[in-house]
Design a protein around this ligand. Structure first.
Ligand SMILES: [Zn+2]
Length: 162
């Protein structure tokens, strides 16, 4: 048996709640995971290169910089949100679904975020979130130099029921 993946996890999905329209995950950044994408050279570029459809995303934060510039210097869980949404699209979900990343460090502690994803199929959203977290973990750890999006998509599609 291979050891559990969470051994090296820099992003921990601690809790998920499935609502009628969106899933909400509590995400904790562990040791070794920077708070911002700008502190992880090449991370945002690697995600955008594997998931180019992200350039078409609208962003809840309303940044005037545009999504590419935004993701080059933003909270890592915000990149996670956009990566998960685009993985969902690649796996057959509609592009109209939106996400949101928020936090309350005073209440939850530094490094704890809330990532919300609208869904067409909740299991697809959760699988996409888990795949996005693993991909970002591996990219930051330097154990991979890209995302094998075909394999990711195939694994996520396996969860689709509608
Ligand atoms: Zn955004």
């Amino acid at each position: 048996m291979t050891p559990p993946r969470e051994a090296a996890a820099g992003i921990r999905i601690e809790r998920v709640a499935v609502g009628p329209e969106r899933v909400e995950a509590q995400v904790r950044l562990g040791p070794g995971m920077p708070l911002r994408t700008s502190a992880a050279p090449g991370l945002a570029d690697a995600v955008l290169s594997a998931l180019p459809g992200i350039v078409r995303h609208r962003c809840w934060c309303g940044s005037a910089r545009g999504v590419v510039a935004e993701l080059a210097d933003t909270e890592v869980p915000h990149l996670l949100e956009h990566a998960a949404l685009e993985i969902m699209v690649v796996a057959g979900s509609p592009r109209s679904l939106e996400g949101r990343t928020s936090w309350d460090f005073a209440a939850d502690g530094v490094g704890v975020f809330r990532v919300e994803l609208e869904y067409d199929d909740d299991l697809v959203a959760l699988a996409a979130l888990a795949e996005a977290a693993t991909a970002i973990d591996d990219l930051v750890a330097g154990t991979v130099d890209g995302i094998d999006i075909d394999s990711v998509s195939e694994r996520v599609r396996a969860h689709r029921r509608r």
